[in-house]
Design a protein around this ligand. Sequence first.
Ligand code: NAD
Length: 360
Amino acid sequence: MDVFASTDGQESDGHEQVVFCQDKQSGLKAIIAIYSTALGPALGGTRFYPYASEAEALHDVLELSRGMAYKNALAGLDLGGGKAVIWGDPDRIKTEPLLRAYGRFVESLNGRYYTACDVGTYVADMDVIARETRFVTGRSVEHGGAGDSSVLTAWGVFQGMRAAAEHVWDSPTLAGRRVGVAGLGKVGRHLVAHLIDDGASVVATDVNERALAWVRQTYPQVDLVSDATALVTSDIDVYAPCALGGALDDTTVPALRARVVVGAANNQLAHPGIEKLLADRGVLYAPDYVVNAGGVIQVADEIEGFNFDRAKLRATKIYDTTRDILRLADAEGVPPAVAADRLAERRMAEVGRLRTIHLR
Ligand SMILES: NC(=O)c1ccc[n+]([C@@H]2O[C@H](COP(=O)([O-])OP(=O)(O)OC[C@H]3O[C@@H](n4cnc5c(N)ncnc54)[C@H](O)[C@@H]3O)[C@@H](O)[C@H]2O)c1
C-alpha cells in the first residue's frame, strides 16, 4: 500500500499525513489518516474494529479518509477529510485508559484532525475521548453534542431522493411513488416517516424482528417483504439501501425494477464498474456519499456550538447538490458517481487554492 500515491491507482495527490499511535499498557494501536486539509481541519470518525492484519487496518483507514474528503467537500463544509481506526475487538479491549490514550494522540495533532463516531464507537466513547482532546465531535447532548446523527442523515437522504425524483419524473416529490427501503434501523425508520409524510407508498425489509415489529406497530400501511432480493424484484420506483454496504452488485443490478436508487448505506457499489452497469440499465443512482452526508453535517455543526436548525438547513441543501450532480452527469455524459467526484475535486482545488493568498 503506497501512502504517498492514490489508494485506487488513479492520478491523485495522495494522503497528507498518516500517524501510527501505540500505547502498550492500554493495548491501543491506532492509525489516523489525513487525506486532505485543503478545505480545513480533517473530520472523520474513528472505526474500532478487529482487523485481521495491520495492512488491512491501513488499507481501510486510507480508503475511508479519502472518502471523507470527498463527502465533506460536497457537503459544503469548511472541513477536510480524515479518518482513524483502532485495531482490536472493542468488546474485549475498549477501556477508559485506551480511549483516553487515543484522545491524547488526537490532541497531539493540534486540530489538524477532528474525530467522531463510526463502526464500533459511540457517543459515550466520544465523551471519554473528549477528556483528553478538544478535537472531537459526535458528543452526547449533555456535553453540548449533536446526539443521534441518523436524524439528519435520513433528512438528507430524503432530500437527495426528491432531487432524483425531479430529475426523472419532473417533480421533486415521492408522492404516488413506491419506495423500497432495505434496513429499518436508525436511518431507515426516519426515512420511512419522511416518505409517508410526502405521500409515497413504502415496502420494506429487515433481518431484525424488532425492527419489523416497530414498523408494523408505527406504520401498518407499510408492506413488508422477506428479504432484499424480494424487495429489489418487486414493483418499486425507488430503491433505498439503508442496511449494509455492497447492496448494488452483479446480481441485484440486473434484477432491479426501480428507476432510481437513493439510500443511506455507505459503499453501496460492490465494486468499480457497477455505476456503469446501473447507467446502462437506465437506473439513476445518486451517489451514497452525497446523499448520506446529513450525519457528518450534524456532527460538524458541533464545532461551532451545536444548533439543530442551522444543521438542518445545511442538510436540506443536499437537494441542490444532488440536482447539480445529476445535471453535470448528463452534461458530461458520465455516471453521477463520476460527476460527484469531479465536483468534489473542483471545490477542493478552487477553494483550497485561496489559502495561497497571503494575509499578513
Ligand atoms: N447513522 C448515520 O448517521 C449514518 C450516516 C451515514 C451513513 N450511514 C449508513 O447508513 C446505513 C444504516 O445506518 P443506521 O445508523 O441506520 O444503522 P443501523 O444499524 O441502526 O440499521 C441497519 C439496519 O439494517 C438491518 N439489516 C442488516 N442487514 C440487513 C439485510 N441483509 N437486509 C435487510 N436489513 C438488514 C439491521 O437489522 C438494522 O435494522 C449504514 O450503512 C451506515 O453506515 C449511517
